[in-house]
Design a protein around this ligand. Structure first.
Ligand SMILES: Nc1ncnc2c1ncn2[C@@H]1O[C@H](COP(=O)(O)OP(=O)(O)OP(=O)(O)O)[C@@H](O)[C@H]1O
Length: 624
């Protein structure tokens, strides 16, 4: 269905390089701005000749070109010229290709032309929204029947492309357009972005990394060939992301250590948390699409549809009303902040909880994955024993994973904003561990030993309480979303394929639980100090405002001896630490290195942080 719907972009949000409303391009008049991508701008326009609204996409790779007054584009630097040209040629090639097809699930191209040192593509103006946008208005993941309509449409559009020898290479929730009424449509092939990427060899700049299969990062000569299976990976990733309401882990990270939540587990969790059930056959097929190795995926659209046992189009697909078929799962934008409305993610940690026990607002937060070393799902018995928490982090939309121990897994994770900072959490865990061990020591002691154990325990608990109190008083660094995301990931996940420079274990991280678990040695001046951590606690009593009346044991403590100044540890710079990482692993390695407080001010880390902030700003600007 085509119509004239979208609200015009307000003047204050109109990007500098977009053509202003009222601009004439032949018989077309720009009316509103529909979207701005990294490689093009899409306008709503009025066709004065055929008296209808259309959509016009203008080739506009913002990184390479600027508006040079009037409607023309100017390449930013001479060095960008060849990339700009390659993108322009591919843009025109894509328009020419799409103009040949007339399929309800492939965007139609009415006409295209080159002018003003750029090119334009005229399309029907679809009414609706992208899958990415629609997902934010759902209370729960969509049903299998709903997903099958989407999959059939996308797959049949892909089949037309594949039959003509073309791969889409850009399937993602941003590129699947849900019409108000009618089959979902594949919006664009991203040809320009790929041509520019190929010429510049900046893979991550041109790939939607959460949806691109591993072979899209490799060179043509590589063993990993692209084919229909590549688009099927992206389609599988789109389904995974749609159920989780969170982008899946990039294939590059998965290839280093696969900690993506297996789709079967996602499906089980969605069933438990939302009561939405997916058939084994559906789950199996999407899982196959998500295989890292191309040969393990369905090799063609035919094979994919057969695996789904879909031999004909779902009933009434031509009138598919995506909102109506979501029923009460759909939330009108006006009610978007209502309780129970879809939020970022699903909570896989709640797998063991019955559906009804999940409080309404929590039913929506996710992502905890089983930490099978090779991505294999943990056996059922191991569920609840070890989890990897998947946290999306915004460097080139890459994600990181971390493990949580069984004791944490037993509880629902608090909302991110409610999480305490990692240091406090760790200290509290240590205190709990210390208390537990001391309690056990008291219970097992007898006679005078019991009294001594009491005194030692009281002292230990007081010192720990004062230590915690002091931590609570210390000024805390400003909290940023990034800070919250990374607080519980003290160590980067091990990456077997990624050669990392060995890092000295930070002394502060000495396992306090172990220290506390050891029987407290009797206070004798000559006794060797067992652990740096224990020494620190005893020698630096915190300045509590009203120190509790300390019993005798304080007096029998040894006189503190000045500790020798520890030699400053040399911390390898990020480049040095990542020197042996290959080009796939290197960005992640550098990012991980930069999480070390010692490297926060390193120029590479500062540059990386600035780049991510800039990227986030740009995204936010475009999404307005
Ligand atoms: N024919 C159309 N009808 C209505 N809206 C459209 C149409 N084509 C694109 N849009 C809107 O414009 C937005 C950007 O479109 P598109 O994804 O094709 O741009 P792009 O420049 O290729 O972006 P990117 O390269 O980042 O994917 C879409 O998300 C959609 O909301």
């Amino acid at each position: 269905m085509t119509a004239n719907p979208p609200a015009a972009t307000t003047a204050s949000h109109w990007p500098v390089d977009a053509l202003p409303a009222g601009t004439r391009l032949g018989e077309f008049e720009i009316v509103a701005l529909l979207g701005v991508g990294g490689f093009g701008v899409v306008y709503q326009a009025f066709d004065h000749s055929l008296l209808r609204f259309v959509a016009i996409k203008e080739y506009m790779p913002a990184a390479l070109a600027v508006r040079s007054g009037g409607q023309s584009l100017r390449v930013r630097t001479a060095a960008d010229e060849s990339s700009f040209r390659a993108g322009l040629e591919s843009f025109v090639g894509e328009a020419r290709l799409l103009a040949q097809f007339d399929h309800p699930s492939l965007v139609r191209v009415f006409r295209f032309w080159q002018e003003h040192h750029t090119a334009y593509m005229v399309m029907p103006l679809y009414s609706g929204m992208t899958l990415a946008q629609a997902r934010t208005h759902m209370r729960a993941p969509p049903s299998e029947a709903w997903m099958r309509k989407l999959l059939w449409s996308v797959a049949s559009g892909l089949r037309v492309l594949h039959d003509s020898g073309t791969l889409h290479r850009d399937i993602s929730p941003d590129n699947i357009f849900l019409q108000d009424s009618g089959p979902p449509v594949l919006l664009d092939l991203g040809a320009a972005r790929h041509a520019i990427g190929d010429s510049g060899r900046h893979h991550t700049a041109v790939l939607k990394v959460n949806y691109a299969p591993i072979e899209q990062y490799s060179d043509a000569a590589s063993d990993l060939q692209q084919g229909p299976w590549s688009d099927l990976y992206s389609l599988g990733a789109t389904v995974h992301g749609c159920l989780c309401n969170d982008a899946p882990l990039p294939a590059t990270l998965r290839s280093i250590r696969d900690r993506m939540v297996p789709f079967s587990r996602v499906a089980r969790t969605v069933h438990k948390q939302f009561g939405v059930e997916y058939s084994p056959n559906f789950v199996r097929t999407i899982s196959r699409c998500l295989a890292l190795h191309p040969q393990k995926r369905p090799q063609s659209i035919e094979e994919f549809l057969q695996a789904l046992e879909m031999t004909s189009a779902p009933a009434d697909l031509e009138h598919f009303d995506f909102r109506a078929e979501l029923g009460s799962n759909w939330v009108e934008p006006a009610d978007k902040d209502a309780p129970g409305v879809a939020a970022s993610v699903i909570d896989l940690s709640a797998l063991s909880q019955p559906l009804h026990s999940a409080p309404e607002p929590v039913r929506r937060a996710i992502v905890v994955a089983p930490a099978g070393p090779d991505g294999a799902e943990l056996p059922a018995a191991a569920e609840g024993m070890a989890f990897a928490e998947t946290v999306v982090q915004d460097w080139n939309e890459t994600a990181f994973a971390q493990t949580r121990d069984a004791s944490q897994a037993a509880e629902r994770p608090p909302a991110r904003s409610q999480r305490m900072d990692a240091g406090t959490a760790r200290a509290e865990r240590r205190a709990l561990a210390a208390g537990g061990v001391a309690g056990a020591a008291i219970r097992s002691a007898r006679g005078p030993g019991r009294w001594l154990a009491w005194v030692a325990t009281t002292l230990l608990v007081l010192v720990l309480a004062a230590f915690l109190w002091q931590r609570g008083q210390a000024p805390k660094p400003p909290r940023t979303p990034e800070h919250e995301i990374l607080t519980e990931a003290p160590e980067p996940p091990p990456a077997p394929l990624q050669a990392q420079a060995p890092q000295a274990a930070p002394e502060d991280e000495a396992p306090a639980e172990e220290a506390a678990a050891e029987p407290t040695p009797p206070p004798a001046p000559a006794a060797p100090r067992p652990r740096a951590q224990a020494r620190k606690v005893v020698e630096e009593p915190p300045p509590a405002p009203a120190p509790p009346p300390a019993p005798v044991p304080v007096a029998v403590l040894p006189e503190p001896r000045p500790a020798p100044e520890p030699a400053p540890r040399r911390v390898a710079g990020p480049e040095e630490a990542c020197a042996s990482s290959n080009f796939l692993a290197r960005p992640m390695c550098i990012h991980q290195q930069c999480q070390q407080p010692a490297l926060a001010g390193h120029p590479t880390c500062v540059a990386e942080r600035q780049r991510r902030e800039e990227e986030a700003r740009r995204r936010q600007m475009y999404s307005q």
